[in-house]
Write a protein that binds this ligand. Structure first.
Ligand code: HEM
Length: 484
């Protein structure tokens, strides 16, 4: 099959689109539910409601795993949808991926709400085994097995992408654009989406393999406690996996910007040497930077901490320098007409770029010593997830059900968009403010002196939730209207 024959929406619509649309609905509903869990936690920290601390940690675990999972699922759906414009992807593989993902969700939800597992989405060794009697080893095993199912689903997904990219672009180096970068010809140069797909599949596959190894070791340790695991090695593997995996969600979703923006600006997103170079840097830096999660581990070799700090600066450059700058250049003077999809996609890029700044600040040893266990950390990742990946996902969903005849924003669209931006910015800024005031993260109960920030944040969270409810409903109604 040639690029031309599959490079149109009709081909996608007939095969991949229905299941991608369903995935986006699923992700939207889970985002919304997890936001409600988040509001309950924030309201409890603010003393607005009474919440059993044990239940707080169940909600925290479900919220962390559910949000990261939905970000990954929506990112994967977006990448699949647009890759299918250039590759003859097999729908059966996507269904297998989705089936394994849902199996993982069932295991994780069961482990939390039936088994009482509350060891957080990071399953940090040996916490799953040290429950203090709150959950049995079986619940922790079910949680880990849920992750394994999701990981296997993703490996299957990336294998299919890798096979098809290699066949179409003469190997993975061709797909990454590295042959062109290092002096080769630009014949058969992949589009930006394929460069992104190739890059993500390389680093996320490596991350998932590390995650699977430490999950397997944790499961054996839970079942046979005499099987010893080196805690520092386990922590390295977990943070390598977690860091790479959450970043991959955004690097998958960004393809919606590459593919959709040009239909508004009339300017195709080009594969330039700078673009390919930036993605090549991402492949390396996104892996090397994970050491910044371990800056407080004094028994780590000093050089790893130095790498963590230095790469934290460097990893922001390809991101901010190329994506945000290119977006501004493509939009400027294009006469683009702002509607809801393009507004959300642009917000996603800005939120991503802005959220990276407090992350870089936290990646400095001197700051990290003070800030790492404070709410500064949820502050930075909520910025580039809530106002970044999730905004891109909702932008893509809104685009899937857009009314092509209408090129402007309705009054409701404007209200919803403004509420999402205002609520999201207020909510995330308060996390940063709380972190700067040394309020610790992951505390179920807050001192009275800290409660004002949580109360204010709860109001902003409510605004985000109301806006998200409209976005999800609008999407669901759009799907119903369009179904034959
Ligand atoms: C209205 C929206 C949201 C609200 C109200 C909310 C609320 C919260 C709260 C209260 C915490 C615990 C903070 C602490 O450590 O003290 C938290 C943690 C977290 N949130 Fe959110 N959140 C929202 C959106 C999101 C989104 C969109 C994502 C990702 C896509 C996300 C991912 C996470 C993660 C990964 C954690 C860390 C869990 C842990 O520490 O184990 N949240 N959130």
């Amino acid at each position: 099959m040639t690029t031309a024959s599959i490079g149109n929406e009709t081909a996608i619509a007939s095969t991949q689109a229905p299941v991608v649309k369903l995935t986006m609905l699923l992700s939207g509903v889970v985002f919304l539910l997890m936001m409600v869990f988040g509001l309950i936690m924030r309201a409890a920290q603010g003393g607005l409601i009474e919440l059993d601390p044990e239940f707080f940690y169940l909600l925290l675990t479900a919220h962390g795993a559910g949000m990261v999972g939905s970000a990954a699922l929506s990112g994967a759906a977006i990448l699949w949808y647009f890759s299918a414009r250039y590759l003859d992807l097999r729908g059966g593989i996507y269904l297998g991926f989705l089936g394994l993902f849902l199996l993982g969700v069932v295991l994780i939800l069961g482990s939390i709400f039936v088994g009482g597992y509350g060891g957080a989405w990071t399953f940090l060794f040996p916490l799953p085994a040290l429950s203090g009697g709150l959950w049995e080893a079986g619940a922790a095993v079910a949680f880990c097995l849920g992750y394994v199912a999701i990981g296997v689903g993703f490996l299957l997904y990336y294998l299919e992408l890798g096979l098809k990219i290699s066949a179409r672009y003469r190997g993975l180096l061709g797909g990454l654009g590295w042959r062109y970068l290092f002096g080769g010809s630009d014949a058969d140069l992949p589009p930006p989406t394929i460069i992104a797909a190739s890059s993500v599949l390389v680093f996320n596959t490596i991350g998932i393999v590390f995650g699977a190894a430490v999950l397997a070791a944790s499961i054996v340790n839970l079942l046979f406690p005499s099987f010893a695991v080196d805690p520092l090695l386990a922590k390295n593997a977990i943070y390598f996996f977690g860091h790479v995996f959450i970043n991959a969600t955004i690097y998958m979703a960004i393809t919606a910007v590459y593919e959709i923006l040009p239909t508004y600006t009339g300017r195709p997103w080009k594969t330039t040497r700078v673009f390919v170079g930036a993605w090549a840097a991402v492949v390396i830096f996104v892996q090397a930077v994970y050491f910044h999660h371990l800056l407080q581990d004094v028994n780590m070799p000093a050089w790893t901490l130095a790498v963590g700090q230095i790469v934290s600066y460097a990893s922001g450059i390809p991101l901010i320098g190329v994506t945000v700058f290119s977006l501004a250049v493509y939009i400027k003077g294009s006469g683009l007409k702002w509607d809801l999809p393009v507004s959300l996609l642009t917000l996603g890029v800005i939120g991503w770029g802005v959220g990276v700044i407090p992350a870089i600040v936290d990646g400095m040893v001197a700051v990290n010593k003070l800030m790492h266990n404070t709410q500064w950390v949820p502050g930075h990742f909520h910025t580039y997830l809530l106002l970044g990946e999730v905004a891109m996902a909702f932008g893509f969903a809104a685009w899937l059900v857009r009314d092509a005849a209408r090129q402007t924003m309705s009054g409701l669209d404007k209200l919803v968009f403004r509420a999402y931006v205002l609520g999201g910015a207020g909510f995330t800024l308060i996390f940063l403010w709380s972190g700067a005031s040394s309020i610790p993260r992951r505390w179920a109960v807050h001192y009275e002196d800290w409660q004002f920030q949580s109360q204010l944040a709860s109001v902003f969270a409510l605004v985000v939730i109301l806006a998200t409810t409209v976005l999800v409903l609008r999407y669901a109604i759009g799907l119903l209207r369009r179904s034959p």
